[in-house]
Write a protein that binds this ligand. Structure first.
Ligand SMILES: N[C@@H](CCC(=O)N[C@@H](CS)C(=O)NCC(=O)O)C(=O)O
Length: 295
């Protein structure tokens, strides 16, 4: 269908020949959206004392990394100690020069591995999980077949989450207008994704079988939260309770102590939160403080 014959929204809208950045697009994140990359300001990032320096925020993509680090610490890997610095994306911290040096794509999470002779800079949460898994020899099978399964599901998450957050979440919850076409398109896809997971988990405890892997670490903060009705106030709309296997798996993972620790790090909202983490005791204190409130 050509632009001359299809109806526009708003009525009469036809895209111009060349797109111009001359108006705010609206919506909750309009202020941080730009059509160009690169830093907007000079900002040297702080560096702490631990082997890993994480620059992040407690969104699902950030939680993947803090959960992974807490899982490694829980297994006794003292070398997985980390400083977690807050990057406030609504304030534009992701466009500071120091952050862009680590991640030219200006999105959290970004990690520096300072444990070797030269610092290693890593961005993309999936790449960070694989780096940590390989470095410590945990949560990523080494045998070819299970390793391929684990990487397949991990990369599935990396490719699928954009439909969930940038598609469904954006058009259902954040866009300044409710567009039936867009909401239908992304709801269909997100329900299909939930069904993919539900069928996979029908005969498996975790995504790849009996063992918890980086595939679970990657998928849980997004699809676990969605299935438990914690994302985009969409529980009733997508009938999240119907994905029973995903719900069972999400509950099981939420019980893990490292998950309970990692999920509050770099978080500035909700009952439990810890904006920055430089010491294990800070998480203990934040969790204990939350318990006191609950009593
Ligand atoms: N594929 C990336 C996605 C990262 C991402 O989208 N991060 C969001 C927060 S969850 C962000 O930093 N957004 C800031 C922006 O878009 O300016 C990953 O998994 O690391």
């Amino acid at each position: 269908m050509s632009d001359e014959t299809r109806p526009g929204l708003p009525e009469g809208y036809v895209p111009e020949k060349v797109w111009k950045w001359n108006k705010e697009t609206g919506g909750r994140f309009a202020k941080i959206n730009r059509p160009i990359a690169g830093p907007t300001h000079e900002k040297v990032l702080p560096i702490g004392k631990h082997p890993f320096q994480l620059y992040s925020l407690g969104t699902p993509n950030g939680v993947k990394v803090t959960v992974m680090l807490e899982e490694l610490l829980a297994l006794g890997h003292k070398d997985a100690e980390y400083d977690a610095w807050l990057i406030n994306i609504t304030e534009g911290d992701q466009f500071g020069s120091g952050f862009v040096d680590i991640n030219p794509n200006s999105k959290i999470p970004a990690l520096i591995d300072c444990s070797g002779e030269e610092p290693i800079r890593i961005f993309e949460s999936g790449a960070i999980l694989v780096h940590l898994a390989e470095k410590f020899g945990e949560f990523l099978p080494t045998e070819p077949a299970p390793r391929a399964q684990c990487l397949s599901w991990t990369f599935w998450q990396m490719a699928s989450a954009a439909y969930l957050g940038g598609g469904f979440g954006h058009f259902y919850a954040y866009a300044p207008v409710a567009i039936e076409y867009a909401i239908d398109r992304y709801t269909m896809e997100v329900k299909r994704q939930l069904d993919v997971l539900d069928r996979n988990l029908a005969d498996k405890k975790f995504m790849c079988g009996d063992t918890y892997t980086i595939a679970d670490v990657a998928i849980w903060p997004w699809y676990g939260a969605l299935a438990k009705g914690q994302l985009y106030s969409s529980a009733e709309y997508i009938e999240c309770h119907t994905y029973k296997n995903v719900n069972r798996w999400a509950d099981e993972i939420a019980e893990r102590e490292p998950v309970q620790r990692g999920r509050i790090v770099n978080r500035t909202w909700g009952e439990k939160n810890l904006a920055e983490r430089h010491d294990a005791g800070e998480i203990d204190a934040a969790l204990a403080a939350e318990l006191k409130v609950a009593e």
